[in-house]
Design a protein around this ligand. Structure first.
Ligand code: BES
Ligand code: MN
Ligand code: ZN
Length: 514
């Protein structure tokens, strides 16, 4: 959707929307229009249950005499309590509503309400951001949609007295929205289209355009590195496994000016503060420990962690974040086949530790352990966050709105929890500990890849922690429950959510950016 900013003015056509506070007070622009219409808006409010509460919307078909076709009254509740996310929600809900009306253009006035809880410029930018996020559609494979089935809204003007400030503020948010859309696109693609090689190629195409350096390792190179755990997962697949390495050197660019040039491209970034590692299982059949058929199609989004990693890199580059971030995605397809690995097989990980594969469906941790080791050996990051649709058990524990967080570092953990809260991507921390760690000891190898029936998400995290080197702050976010939404939410349409992109962007902005 195209979004522009302008000074408040009554448009000549299209839909017109504005804010109403709890109790039914019209913001100034609407009040003016109400006057022109002899109080038609106040009458409409009286005749309805609309009260200006947070989340309420009243649609009024415009009476004759004004150019606009309809007026949307958007409840903000108590303005002094309104938070950035509330304005995003207003923008999102408004967009969803207008998309169902056939309206092609709309203007929304975000007046400088008295006692507004945040800067008017930010409020306007947040409305724009929410509208943009909700406007996302993945309908490229729907060839028979009738016009009335398609979302209609193509252009939104956000009107605010502080239009210049709003536009500036939205500039950053628009970069984040681009990253979110990249993730949603990748996660939505079916596995016949998006497999390890095409994922890497697609990511590269998107990222190199915005200045992210990409490198892709194939199976031969990974064999040389000794990544037997990751490679074992891909054995049963016709598709070649890949390791995608991305570098956004935003801080380096600013700092490198005085320094001598000509250093090798492949040289690890000095003191890369942060590394993001994503699980990229492009399809998870379970392998020889085959999953039951019902719902298996969902496993096309088992590369959600990798999708978020790519989307984050895109967002950071799009908003030119002053930070160095490394992204690594382990990309594989988990298939049953004559060549597939078997339960009982023992594989050698890059770290040198051996793993007994008890269940080939616990493949995410096998992919991640080599990707985690690789990123530490190559880049020596101070902190690592990994994201993975790792366990069904996390959905049993936390449902579909909060992600599971595991960490060896209280500060990193607190930062992630706060960032998640701020952007509406909440996480809940779960424990790690000796007792859980013992559950993955193996009789035949250094460890096994499953820990039994209880605490499945924790033993999975415990497995990952065995691949974290001393002194590295690490957090693991299990996003199995939050990667796909089966219903529309204010700023997240049904489908791929991109949960994690906004959270990590916020984490970077708050704690890692110069
Ligand atoms: N990709 C799945 C986890 C998953 C399940 C993600 C449902 C999203 C929705 C993962 O690879 C898996 O199969 N985990 C197993 C682990 C078990 C075998 C220890 C699980 O959760 O059942
Ligand atoms: Mn699995
Ligand atoms: Zn999986």
């Amino acid at each position: 959707m195209r979004i522009t900013f302008a000074a408040p003015a009554l448009p000549k056509s299209g839909a017109y929307a504005g804010l109403v506070t709890e109790g039914g007070t019209l913001a100034s622009a609407l009040d003016e229009l109400n006057g022109q219409l002899d109080g038609a808006l106040t009458r409409a409010i009286k005749a309805s249950r609309f009260d200006g509460k947070k989340g309420e919307i009243l649609e009024v078909v415009a009476p004759a005499g004004v150019g606009v076709s309809r007026v949307l009254l958007l409840g903000v509740g108590k303005p002094e309590e309104a938070k950035p996310l509330d304005f995003e929600r207003i923008g999102g809900d408004m967009t969803a509503r207008l998309n169902g009306t056939g309206e092609k253009e709309a203007a929304v006035v975000v007046d400088a309400l008295a006692d507004l809880g945040l800067e008017p410029a930010e409020a306007a930018a947040r409305v724009a951001f929410g509208a943009q996020l909700r406007s996302y559609r993945f309908d490229k494979y729907k060839t028979k949609q009738k016009p009335e089935q398609k979302p209609s809204l193509g252009k939104l003007t956000v009107m605010a007295a502080a239009q210049a400030g709003a536009k500036r503020h939205y500039g950053k948010l628009a970069g984040i929205a681009e990253g979110v859309f990249t993730t949603r696109d990748l996660v939505s693609e079916p596995a016949n289209v998006l497999y390890p090689e095409s994922f890497a190629k697609q990511a590269r195409k998107i990222l190199e355009k915005v200045g992210v350096e990409c490198e892709v390792l194939g199976e031969k190179e990974m064999e040389k590195l000794g990544m037997g755990a990751l490679l074992g997962v891909g054995h049963g697949s016709e598709r070649e496994s890949q390791l995608l390495i991305m570098r956004w050197m935003g801080a380096g660019k600013a700092a490198a000016k005085g320094k001598s040039k000509g250093k090798g491209k492949t040289k690890p970034a000095e003191a890369a503060p942060l590394a993001i590692v994503g699980k990229g299982v492009c399809f998870d059949t379970g392998g020889i420990s085959l999953k039951p058929p019902a719902g298996m199609e969902d496993m096309k989004w088992d590369m959600g962690g990798a999708g978020v990693t790519v989307g984050l890199m895109h967002a950071l580059a799009a908003r030119k974040a002053k930070v160095d971030v490394i992204g690594v995605c382990g990309l594989v397809e988990n298939m049953p086949d004559g060549k597939a690995q078997r339960p009982g097989d023992i594989v050698h990980s890059m770290s040198g530790q051996t793993i007994e594969v008890i269940n080939t469906d616990a493949e995410g941790r096998l992919v991640l352990c080599d990707a985690l080791w690789y990123v530490q050996e190559t880049f020596k990051p101070k902190a690592i966050v990994d994201l993975a649709t790792l366990t069904g058990a996390i959905m049993v524990a936390l449902g579909k709105t909060q992600a599971g967080l595991f960490s060896n570092d209280d500060e990193l953990s607190e930062r992630i929890l706060a960032a998640g809260k701020a952007v509406g991507e909440p996480c809940w921390r779960l424990p790690l500990g000796e007792d859980y760690d013992r559950l993955i000891d193996s009789d035949a190898a250094d460890m096994k890849n499953v820990g039994g029936r209880w605490g499945g998400s924790i033993t999975a995290a415990q497995f990952l922690q065995r691949f974290i080197q001393d002194g590295t702050a690490w957090a693991h976010i299990d996003i199995a429950g939050v990667t796909w939404s089966d219903k529309d939410r204010p700023t997240v349409p049904k489908g791929a959510t991109a949960f994690g992109v906004r959270l990590l962007d916020e984490l970077v902005a708050k704690h890692y950016e110069k």
